[in-house]
Design a protein around this ligand. Sequence first.
Ligand SMILES: [Zn+2]
Length: 284
Amino acid sequence: MRSKRLRREIDDLAAQGRIEDGTRDRPVAVCRKRARFTSGVRIAAMECRHCASPLEKPGDFCLVCREANADAVVLDVARDRTTMTMLEDDDVVGETTITTVPEDGDEAEVVELRNYAGLIADEIRRKRPEEVYASGDREVVRAVRAELHYPFYRVDGDDPVEAVRKRRGDRALDVVETPPAEKIGGSHTTLIGGRTGMRAIQTVAGHPHVKKVIPGPIDAGGKGSQSGLRAKVTRADDGGNVRLLLRDGSSVQENRIVTTARDREMGERVREDLNDVLSEEEFQ
Ligand SMILES: [Zn+2]
């Protein structure tokens, strides 16, 4: 229940046209300082915190003053429903839900999944966030990630918003904006696994905390029997760098990955992220 005082405050702001009142299913709005939770009713910013122009949806990028009103977006993704939470600093400034009715059957499902991912991506783009975090259904997350060019991270846990807040609390890791292709270097240009190997390397190079990927020599003397390319990131060294092991039948290639982590602990975080992305892309 809302307190009488809060109820009055909301009514006043609504009367002035400064907010829209909301429900759990249709969460809405006030200026950032007032954003708060009251037993399931969420109130978030419906006006630009820079110039006070009205926003169509909470956390939208302001088209009047060209400033963002959400610096991060957190997705809690299920196959049929995604909750998207907008954060500015560590405040929740809005929340929105995107749903779909999952289809069965190859073609129908492909189209439905693509539309669902497209809707989520559209909602994210209108915020123009600095970062996107996602937890939940891997297939959907992969499809959304493919549509966007924002630094994109996977988070785990029951409460992804809380996990992201904690993580952003110690923002020790720099983000590299170099295009993935320009991050791949070194004197060994041959990769095992051909085009698939290249795709694995590019997947890793696309990570915002990866500075450089340096392919190593190929060792063909192993006795592995598995067919198909497998990719795995190994434990971080003291400097926070890791290695990408590519395995294809009996061939193994160890590739150096220079990260923006400066110690083992942060390097391990990057390793977990990279292995998540590789398994999402079905290299594991
Ligand atoms: Zn504005």
